[in-house]
Design a protein around this ligand. Sequence first.
Ligand SMILES: CC(C)(COP(=O)(O)OP(=O)(O)OC[C@H]1O[C@@H](n2cnc3c(N)ncnc32)[C@H](O)[C@@H]1OP(=O)(O)O)[C@@H](O)C(=O)NCCC(=O)NCCS
Length: 373
Amino acid sequence: MKRAAITGTGTEIPPHSISNEELVSVFNSWVESENARRAKAGEPLLEPSNTDFIVYASGVEHRRVIEPTGILDPDRMSPRIPERSDDELSLEAEFAVASARKAINAAGTVPENVGMVICSASHHQRPYPAIGIEVQKELGTGGSAFDMSLGCSSAAAALHVANSLVCSGAENAVLVTSPEIISGHLNFRDRQTHFIFGDASASMLIEPLEEGEIREGAWEIIDTRTWTQMSNNIRSNFGFLNRASQERNDIVEMEGNLIKQVGNKVFKEVTVAASHFIKDFLADNWLSPSDVQRYWLHQANGRMNAMIMKLVLGHEASAEQAPMVLDRLGNTAAAGAIVAFDEYSADMAAGEHGLICAFGAGYSIGAALVRKM
Ligand SMILES: CC(C)(COP(=O)(O)OP(=O)(O)OC[C@H]1O[C@@H](n2cnc3c(N)ncnc32)[C@H](O)[C@@H]1OP(=O)(O)O)[C@@H](O)C(=O)NCCC(=O)NCCS
């Protein structure tokens, strides 16, 4: 078996930011008009949303999105993203390519040296042709490409696959890209989830290391792992059978098939599962939690990450030990932990260990233990 390393990372963060105040204002103005209708119809009224709750419960203050105007229009509350022709580059592939080019540049290589693209995200724009193949074509990489998906653990799970392929010698250089356009799949009229998510794209290049090679600045992958266990507490029913399940012939009802979650159950169950997972994974690699200098955790909830770190370390972690990007980006699904890794790893010294760990729908958890070279 060879050794493999993450030799480059890159991110693409959309320029448009939406604050909690803006999001709550549009939500509450929709609730007001919806409640007027409900009152007349004798239906139960909706509760308004609240910025203080959002900051306390989740830690999110702003989120970046690809298209804000449709989201902030109370008559629409969904991004307005025009359809592109089949001959144009799709939005998801474009978003992937933007971060992928940066990752390939950071690795000091060229697309021609990449043998495989894995496009791994919690939502894909279409089933086929695979978005990864479009990315392959646009970048000019060789070999092959495919899409995979494992909720918010998509990037970590793809890293597990890429590491295995590179270490076995089956592939030479694998690009993992996670373009998350989650605003397109979020129900901005759902009080429980409207504030949580944001858009971001993150990519990593995984390359083999020669015998005894030390590639300065790269991250040697010591071990990777994924874990899954069926749960309905975070669920999207969006899929190809939605149309077939409609009672009426003339509508396709979307809203009921967007993301939904039982947030407090997810919070409790995943916090416990992730802390056990991390402790077991490190122990299997002969490391104690204090041997790991940095934890790049999934960016779903600030309190949740603080609790996971406390359960893992036995005491609170510093902001430096477990950096957060959630406050300004929202939960960017699979991209989140990789964005944190990209932004908060350059200062680390050779020989220091770090853990990328993502968790979410499935339930699923994925992790990579890395060491700076
Ligand atoms: C979603 C989440 C932020 C909600 O926080 P929470 O503290 O669990 O909140 P709860 O759902 O228990 O609701 C607490 C109260 O706030 C209320 N509330 C919910 N959304 C609200 C909103 N937008 N504004 C104001 N109040 C709100 C609820 O109605 C409830 O009120 P009640 O106590 O009167 O019944 C949190 O559960 C979470 O982040 N979970 C993990 C999600 C996750 O990791 N997902 C992974 C996949 S990416």
